[in-house]
Design a protein around this ligand. Structure first.
Ligand code: 5GP
Length: 188
């Protein structure tokens, strides 16, 4: 998506270890106009799917997810990182965080993710795909159907995209980063 690619090149910042910071328009300060355009484009790309729920993981996926949910006119469910002490009625899985280099539990209520749901996962970044694998696990536990996964930015030099596509999942990314080598952003 042209607008996003231009914004990454003008405002994105590279950090050692292959981290791209987009704090100016996605991850800290947010640009609602660009966010709305990105959501519209994701909805267009998944238009052949019959989606009844959007799912994401807190916190950075919530902004794009709610805009997608608004366009689709469906509820938006975010997996919570703090699993409540009363575990009743919760589906729980483990996710390894690329940026924090540790695993954490995420959960959703069985009241909100159920058999028969046709869900679209939305997130800001696709890196190694660990967050996505956690969501696949939650969707499977619920007996729901995963319709697709949409990302604002995919780091094409990490393994998540290939892994998820090889499973036959409909994956869409609005910008794909080929390389962050030498702290230079190279887009596909
Ligand atoms: P994955 O689970 O695909 O390995 O990593 C995706 C998650 O890690 C995203 O939800 C995002 O929050 C975070 N992430 C991974 N790589 C980056 C990055 O380069 N920059 C930022 N800002 N977040 C990242």
């Amino acid at each position: 998506m042209k607008q996003l690619k231009e914004r990454i090149l003008s405002d994105g910042k590279c950090f050692p270890g292959g981290i791209l910071k987009v704090d100016n328009f996605i991850n800290h300060q947010m640009d609602p106009v660009l966010m709305r355009e990105m959501a519209k484009e994701l909805v267009r790309r998944f238009s052949e799917h019959n989606i009844n729920k959007v799912i994401t993981i807190e916190a950075s996926g919530i902004a794009p997810a709610i805009m997608v949910g608004d366009y689709l006119n469906v509820p938006v469910l975010f997996a919570k990182k703090n699993v409540p002490s009363t575990m009743e009625n919760m589906l729980v899985t483990e996710v390894f965080s690329f940026t924090k280099n540790k695993s954490y539990s995420v959960c959703v209520s069985k009241d909100y993710l159920k058999e028969g749901d046709r869900v679209l996962f939305i997130d800001d970044f696709l890196a190694n795909g660990n967050a996505a694998l956690g969501i696949i696990d939650l969707v499977n536990q619920a007996g729901a159907t995963l319709e697709g996964m949409g990302f604002l930015i995919e780091k094409g030099f990490q393994s998540g995209g290939d892994n998820l596509r090889s499973r036959g999942i409909h994956i869409e990314s609005l910008a794909i980063i080929d390389s962050l080598d030498n702290c230079t952003i190279t887009l596909k």
